[in-house]
Design a protein around this ligand. Structure first.
Ligand code: SAM
Length: 332
């Protein structure tokens, strides 16, 4: 496999997150509590043909995984078409995944699979109706649960379930989530709350550390680290000591940064490359492909942007500045 995307710290880039839209039908307080600012005009968004064009280039440069995200990517009407086009990049593309809030899955999981999607990650921040509603702004826990079932039936597996753990909201549910993973055979991913919320309410005392999450689970269901070299994995992964189904992953970017092993870059819905979640600058791939740039010039542009990838994030530095765009615009 080509190693044609390398940054100045010798990290090879293999993982591309593509945001399909800035729009979202949820109002998670840690992400987009007050909704989107006026949505950019449609012509600023990448069309599916443009997404297909640049994705093929990325794959030719060694990208092996593409994750479609947003906003809520399923709010984009042409998502099945986009998946079909990207699925045609296999087997050079090894993994085509989607991160979703699950709301649209009950009716559409099968169609996504037929289009060529490999798997889904579904966000689920609480197993309790009132907490779910308080955290996401919408009263649709049952529907998301149906979405998880629909994804299972459609074999969009392994199904990962993301929960952002925030002090005072859902930290008491951590072990219940582990129980959910065991019962449903899903891979739970616990994520530390990061300063990427549009409401700017993040504070350090709201962060529940990966260590605390581990301890809460391990006390009820002993865990065994998975025998993997961590590589560019964002999560520390564990299985249950009693060999129950399901898996646990803990993603701790705040308390245990993993920047040295980062293999990711992001493409926003309006065609900007972001080399880090916390980048304060963006690089307009859209302008390049809409100019008269040749394929080779586009490749050179992407390579030059990757060379500028930040060594690490600065969340823990006193001078840390939250990026202007929040998770829903960056594509989490
Ligand atoms: N709408 C889709 C969803 O709900 O999964 C995809 C986009 S969402 C921005 C992707 C992931 O980012 C979700 O799992 C969400 O919980 C996570 N996320 C959003 N804001 C976050 C924050 N401030 N800290 C940690 N994770 C966050």
């Amino acid at each position: 496999m080509a190693d044609l995307l390398k940054d100045s710290y010798n990290r090879v880039i293999r993982d591309l997150r593509v945001s399909l839209t800035d729009r979202c039908n949820f109002r998670c307080f840690y992400c987009l509590p007050h909704g989107e600012p006026p949505i950019a005009p449609k012509e600023q968004m990448l069309s599916y043909e443009e997404i297909e064009y640049v994705s093929e280039i990325f794959v030719s440069l060694g990208i092996e995984k593409i994750r479609l995200t947003g906003g809520e990517p399923m709010m984009r009407r042409d998502i099945e078409t986009i998946i079909k086009k990207l699925a045609a990049l296999k087997p050079r593309l090894h993994d085509l995944a989607l991160t979703t809030n699950g709301y649209f899955l009950p009716d559409r999981a099968e169609g996504l699979k037929d289009a060529g999607l490999d798997r889904v990650t579904i966000s689920l921040d609480s197993l309790k109706r009132d907490v779910f509603k308080r955290m996401t702004g919408v009263d649709v826990l049952d529907r998301v649960m149906e979405g998880i079932e629909a994804a299972k039936r459609a074999h969009l597996t392994p199904i990962k379930v993301n929960a952002v753990i925030v002090r005072g909201h859902n930290e008491e549910e951590v072990a219940d989530f582990a129980s959910f993973a065991r019962e449903h055979g899903v891979w739970m991913r616990f994520i530390e709350f990061m300063p990427l919320d549009s409401g700017h309410d993040w504070s350090r005392d709201m962060v529940v550390s990966g260590r605390e999450i581990f301890n809460r689970i391990n006390a009820r269901f002993p865990l065994v680290p998975l025998e993997l070299t961590r590589g560019s994995e964002t999560s520390m992964r564990y299985r249950f000591a009693d060999n129950a189904p399901g898996e646990i992953g803990i993603i701790a970017p705040v308390t245990e940064p993993f920047c040295g092993a980062c293999s990711r870059i992001r493409l926003t819905a309006d065609g900007q490359i972001r080399t880090c979640l916390f980048s304060t600058v963006e690089h307009s791939l859209r302008d390049v492909i809409r100019s008269s740039a040749t394929r080779q010039e586009t490749i050179e542009y992407i390579q030059s942007v990757v060379m500028k990838k930040e060594p690490r994030h600065y969340i823990n530095d006193p001078k840390f500045m939250q990026p202007a765009r929040t998770m829903s615009f960056i594509g989490g």
